[in-house]
Design a protein around this ligand. Structure first.
Ligand SMILES: *Cc1c(COP(=O)(O)O)cnc(C)c1O
Length: 236
């Protein structure tokens, strides 16, 4: 039984790698430009470590508490990144454990990250989360003011802005999703072309299990896959 579980995960990883490669080749990109991230939420450490052992070493964490409880058990070579909603008062628990925070959606949060990073003697790499569909229920900065926020946040000490992240609205079809990804790419390129100090714009984090092929075709450099690798989540 255990054997078959890990075989299943490896099979899913192979499949995802194939799809990533195919998507890249179809639009003239190199597959090396796209990082496959394993999204760990609700999944047991054993499953995550199967993925790590199979070369998927970039892990995406959503919840501070869950991450802290699993952290010690993870493969020592794993590169842990934070992708979920982050409250300012929890930054201190993760600042020394993650290499990138994808979900920075306010100046206040960025200030706290900068402050904690300075205290820890490091520079924190961050992405700015964009609410590309302008949904009231979602976190992320409205597309119209992203550029202005990037300027503000780039002034902070202890922080380096490396790019943008998004979770698009749930769409009826993939063509609709593609539109949102395309808008993200435009925003990303616009900001990159401004060559703002302390902003490098080389990571575009978009695409999940249902839409990562479309995201890659629009320029994604990190796809965040949960269900496509580990199967459906069981929330308790
Ligand atoms: C859960 C989650 C994912 C992965 O979603 P799947 O549909 O399981 O691939 C990606 N990004 C974020 C921010 C998530 O919360």
């Amino acid at each position: 039984m255990k054997e078959s579980r890990s075989e299943k995960i490896k099979y899913n990883i192979d499949k995802a790698r194939e799809n990533i490669e195919e998507a890249c080749l179809s639009c003239g990109r190199s597959p090396e430009e796209v990082t496959l991230m394993a999204v760990t939420k609700t999944m047991p450490v054993e499953d995550i470590n199967v993925a790590c052992g199979y070369g998927v070493l970039t892990l995406g964490e959503n919840r501070v508490q869950e991450m802290l409880s699993k952290y010690e058990g993870y493969d020592k070579n794993a590169d842990i990144q934070f992708i979920g909603a982050l409250q300012s008062n929890k930054v201190k628990y993760i600042i020394d454990k993650v290499s990138l925070i994808h979900s920075v959606d306010s100046l206040k949060l960025a200030e706290e990250i900068g402050k904690r990073a300075v205290n820890a003697g490091k520079i924190a790499d961050i992405l700015i989360e964009v609410n590309i569909g302008g949904e009231a229920s979602k976190s992320g900065i409205a597309p119209e003011i992203v550029c202005e926020k990037v300027y503000e946040i780039s002034e902070l000490k202890g922080i380096k802005i490396k790019g943008l992240m998004t979770i698009p609205p749930i769409c009826e079809n993939l063509r609709e999703s593609s539109k949102f990804f395309e808008n993200m790419r435009r925003l990303f390129v616009d900001i990159r072309d401004k060559k703002i100090d302390n902003v490098s714009m080389d990571i575009l984090s978009m695409g999940m299990s249902g839409d990562y092929v479309e995201a890659i075709k629009q320029g994604s450099t990190v796809v965040r896959l949960g269900r496509a690798l580990f199967g459906e989540r069981k929330y308790i």
